[in-house]
Unconditional design. Structure first.
Length: 172
């Protein structure tokens, strides 16, 4: 549970950072949308659906001694987690155009569009699922080794009763 709170905090910080984007001019925003479309970003999330489904299954794993009713409830929960994950991923895609327009220059966006429209760019995109198949085990291994270390750091901090000074009152 403690690691969940830490991950939630990190997600909140990342979300806050993304929320600080500026508005791009409409032409640059349209170009960013074209880049994202030619990159088939939405298809990348669809390709990750099986991995999201597997993650949901791991989260809701039931013991071999589970009753049929418990298994049915676990399956229903897996489906809800999967649907929630996919909806969040699709929502993120809808915000990427603004992020791309904020981060990349118009010249960079044009170059990206040219590259990803080329046979080489399309080949690169088509091979991303293969790359992910090789990367995901590395990520899972990293998580298996990192989470206990983070949990230990948090426990050690609690044990040492590390306290942070209260912020000074704001000057009026």
């Amino acid at each position: 549970m403690k690691i969940t709170r830490l991950l939630a905090l990190l997600a909140a910080l990342a979300t806050g950072a993304l929320a600080q984007t500026t508005s791009a001019d409409p032409a640059k925003l349209a170009l960013a949308r074209e880049v994202i479309a030619v990159m088939k970003a939405d298809k990348m999330f669809d390709a990750m659906a099986a991995q999201m489904k597997q993650s949901a299954a791991q989260i809701t794993a039931v013991p071999a001694t589970a009753t049929p009713e418990q298994r049915a409830k676990a399956t229903a929960l897996q489906d809800k987690i999967f649907d929630l994950s996919m909806a969040a991923a699709r929502e993120m895609i809808t915000k990427m155009d603004q992020i791309y327009a904020d981060v990349y220059t118009e010249a960079e966006l044009k170059a990206m569009k040219t590259f990803f429209s080329s046979p080489e760019g399309q080949s690169m995109l088509a091979k991303q699922p293969q790359i992910m198949q090789h990367v995901m085990p590395l990520v899972q291994e990293m998580q298996r080794t990192l989470i206990p270390k983070v949990q230990k750091l948090v426990e050690d901090a609690r044990t040492a009763e590390v306290s942070f000074p209260a912020p000074a009152p704001a000057a009026k």
